[in-house]
Design a protein around this ligand. Sequence first.
Ligand code: GLU
Length: 419
Amino acid sequence: MSKLNLFDMVTARYEKAAKVMNLDVEIQKILGRPMNEIIVNFPVVMDDGKIQIFTGYRVQHNNVLGPFKGGLRYHPQVNIDEVRALAAWMTWKCAIVDLPYGGAKGGIQIDPKQYSLKELEHITRRFTYALGDSIGPDYDIPAPDVNTNPQIMAWILDTYLSTVPPQERLRSIHVVTGKPVEAGGSLGRNKATGQGIVFTIERWAQKKNFDLKKATFFVQGFGNVGSWAARILCQHGSKLLAAQDHTGSIYNKDGIDPEDLQKYVEANGGVKGYKKATEVSHEQFLGTEADIFIPAALESQITKKTAPLIKAKLVAEGANGPTDIEGDEVLFSKGIEIIPDVLCNAGGVCVSYFEWLQNKRSEFWDLDDVDHKLKRRMVDAYDRVDEIAKKFNTDSRTASYIVALQKLEFVYKKRGIFP
Ligand code: GLU
């Protein structure tokens, strides 16, 4: 099982949900595969004057509910199977939070730390140019993901707009979301995924009568998602006991101040060496005695091998695909609850949608408005998943897929298949 690639894992879960809900077998054939897969090889002149060829991906899984939507990641692990899996997850995610979007994902297999800022700009611009009309403001809308940020979105915007006639430029700025606020971005987008995670945790706590003021938690990944989730959860009075990133794991039984840690990470590139906590091993980190675990790094971290170490009551999946199929089984058998990724981390794409709407309508919403709208969507989605889990007597992950699949099935049945 652990030999499954990421797309096989998505497929296995999809097939499980399809069986539980009795999804129409014909529609199951359609949703089991991505609609389009774009692979581009493009040259970029490096700082030393030499040319390097890069490979970029964009997988468009489905657009029956609306334009393709999803992030772009820059990471050495990026490959076609990973991008396929992430694209399918975007389809389910957008359907669960009721956005008029389909799912897509893309990326380049690079370690951005190996390149200068100028090189990253050129790589991004050539990638955007190579994608050409495969992206578009009402067709396929990229956004940030692992190792991409508002600056990279601004380069994509600028490059894309340079390829359209001048009259169309100002009505095309919604070609990408997660832009800097000054360049057409939305307030609240930067913290959106972390904020959304906390809204789902709050809902979970409310339903379980669990006092978040007394809660302890630990977080894997201290990038945008993990650090925002930690900062916001601490504002509720919860205590951060441990944090981990690619540089190491740290622990303090009296709590870690996430604001302070965030500043340290920004200055030092990682949590390692943070003086107000002790360094611990990976195993000790996973075994932290705390109520909530927020994995907010990469895929397949919670496996047959690591899941037995986890003692938390709740795993709130900030990352996409942090738990593999065997990991799920271990968590379920231990009675550990899961807020599944496609629900838990949907806050990012929700606020991307708000940004897209603001751009289309030439509006600018204040932060309270964004947060309020985000909370409503996350809570409604949480309740929908909960309801389906009870109705089908199934786990939260399968239930979240069912919420998405019911909607997609309905639309396919109404529209029919051309010709
Ligand atoms: N990359 C984020 C995700 O995995 C956000 C996607 C978006 O905003 O389109 O959900």
